[in-house]
Design a protein around this ligand. Structure first.
Ligand code: FAD
Length: 495
């Protein structure tokens, strides 16, 4: 991604530009920041994207695996970059809505089309979900490095002349009005200052916005945290030439209801597969090759073991701990005028929530900044839109938070802060939908639509799911009362 030159070359904006229109600064060029910069370009006169890491483009003769690892080393600000990143269908739809043609472009660059209900083997609650012959869930298998590069290139190309990038340069604080009531821009690690009518903070999990606000005497919201002590260990593989892709293109093995270990494997660009094992409650998958393979062999489904046993490891094992749920409720305590937060800086959940949040930003900017009106009025409206945006954002975050935290809260060792667990009946009902998916691909597809943020959570009570869930709960109750009993063949058939 070309940058605007050395950070030192950029000082305050020329006065001609200040007079012409709305100025936005976006901090952080992850998924949330890049998409927010694109959205801001549709509403503002000029946009700066400030990123701590270098965004220099790849290229050359590197293989796909070498390129992924090179980007991971370059983007230290995204420490999870080398790990598999499944793009949920709702996230892909949001990216496509913001950047029409995005899916085609990522496939052109080597991404693999992945029907999430047909091509994935999903082992959960002791059995495999029944796969669909075809479904509406056509996502893409691609590394985070490729997703990131495609987003960056597309956003920069589509906003040439309006969007400028300053990489290799961190924001070190906010610029304040004299009475510290309003944010007027950012201070950079170079000592320089960048003025703005609106600062969008997309700095990821390590975001310092709460500290910056506290230092200026502003209140910050409580932090909600659900930590199931989850640690990932994974690497890249090349699958054997004779691998039958009809068997599966991606494989997920969960240890539920009681197991603490799991694993996943997905194809990405260049014939590479990303594979990861995980452990809950502070249990860490082995970091030594033979033990790592053996651990895969001890999972309740040995498909991934059979695959990696014959596959060629392309990279060393990498560990990532600290993947807990953390959410700042900015909708309850909105930030002061002139600044708002987005992406992992609000709720660290995924690229899809980040993309859907950028859609919410677009809607909030459109509502706050109607065409016409004086520049002064537009500036005031941009600065003051934080409260309305964070209310919209809370609605985007809620379903993802519910799905992710209700799963993590099932582990007895999970530590929760400021969180009310979901009603027990709801958890049992969701479990029953997973189990009903063993017998019905239609139940599985609809359930996946909710899990992949395509359908809203009230679809959990769609008549098809309600019928399947209740049948499954009755089946479980029957078996709990009379463990040896099996339902009469066909009596409780879900499909
Ligand atoms: C182990 C793991 C696995 C994951 N798997 C998935 C998955 O399968 N699917 C999925 O959708 N999501 C997954 N995620 C989540 C996903 O990585 C994030 O939600 C996603 O990256 C969106 O984050 P973001 O853009 O808000 O922040 P980030 O991607 O963290 O980007 C923040 C950017 O801000 C920059 N920055 C930070 N501070 C400053 C500063 N002061 N000045 C300038 N720049 C700054 C950083 O350098 C970085 O580039 C996973 C996360 C983890 C930890």
């Amino acid at each position: 991604m070309p940058s605007a030159g050395s950070p030192r070359s950029v000082l305050q904006r020329p006065s001609s530009e200040v007079e012409r229109g709305l100025r936005v600064v976006v901090l952080g060029a992850g998924v949330a920041g890049v998409l927010s910069a694109h959205v801001a370009c549709q509403h503002a006169h000029s946009v700066w994207l400030v990123e701590g890491d270098s965004l220099a483009a790849g290229g050359g003769e590197a293989s796909a695996a070498e390129e992924i690892m090179k980007v991971a080393r370059q983007r230290r600000g995204i420490p999870q970059l080398a790990h598999p990143h499944t793009l949920a269908m709702g996230g892909l739809e949001a990216m496509e809505a913001l950047l029409p043609g995005f899916k085609e472009e990522i496939l052109r660059r080597g991404g693999v089309e992945l029907d999430l209900a047909r091509d994935l083997r999903f082992f959960d609650f002791g059995d495999v979900y029944k796969r669909a012959d075809d479904s509406c869930l056509k996502s893409v298998g691609a590394s985070r490095a490729l997703i990131q590069a495609t987003l960056q290139d597309e956003v920069l190309a589509r906003n040439a002349g309006k969007l400028r990038v300053m990489d290799g340069c961190r924001a070190s604080g906010l610029l304040w009005s004299e009475d510290k009531s309003r944010v007027l821009g950012v201070e950079l690690s170079t000592g320089e200052r960048l003025e703005a009518d609106l600062v969008i903070v997309a700095c990821g999990r390590s975001c310092l916005l709460p500290q910056w606000l506290k230092a200026a005497g502003h209140p910050v919201p409580a932090v909600l945290k659900v930590n199931a002590g989850l640690t990932y260990v994974g690497r890249l593989y090349r699958m054997p030439e004779d691998w039958d892709k009809k068997r599966w293109l991606g494989c997920i093995t969960l240890g539920r209801p009681n197991g603490i270990w799991g694993a996943g494997m997905v194809p990405v660009e260049g014939g590479v597969w990303q594979m990861v094992e995980w452990g809950y409650e502070g249990n860490v998958p082995p970091m030594e090759d033979a033990a790592f393979l053996e651990a895969a062999g001890r999972l309740p489904d040995t498909e991934i073991y059979e695959a990696i046993r014959r596959a060629e490891p392309l990279t060393p094992l990498e560990k990532y701990g600290g993947a807990y749920n953390i959410c700042h409720s900015w909708e309850k305590v909105p930030p002061p005028p002139g600044v708002l937060a987005i992406g992992d800086a609000v709720y660290a959940q995924g690229m899809s929530v980040a993309a859907k949040s950028a859609e919410a930003l677009d809607a909030a900017m459109a509502a706050a900044l109607p065409a016409g009106g004086s520049l002064e009025a537009r500036r005031a409206a941009a600065a003051g839109m934080g409260r309305a945006f964070h209310q919209r954002l809370a609605a985007v975050i809620a379903p993802a938070w519910m799905m992710a935290t209700s799963e993590d809260l099932r582990y007895p060792g999970t530590k929760a802060q400021g969180v009310v667990p979901p009603p027990r009946l709801l958890s049992l009902y969701i479990d029953s939908l997973c189990k009903a998916s063993h017998r019905s691909s239609k139940v599985m597809e609809l359930f996946f639509c909710i899990a992949h943020l395509v359908k809203p959570p009230h679809y959990l009570f769609h008549p098809r799911l309600l019928a399947a869930g209740i049948q499954q709960m009755l089946r479980d109750a029957l078996q709990a009362l009379w463990p040896a009993s099996q339902p009469t063949k066909g009596a409780l058939k879900a499909e």
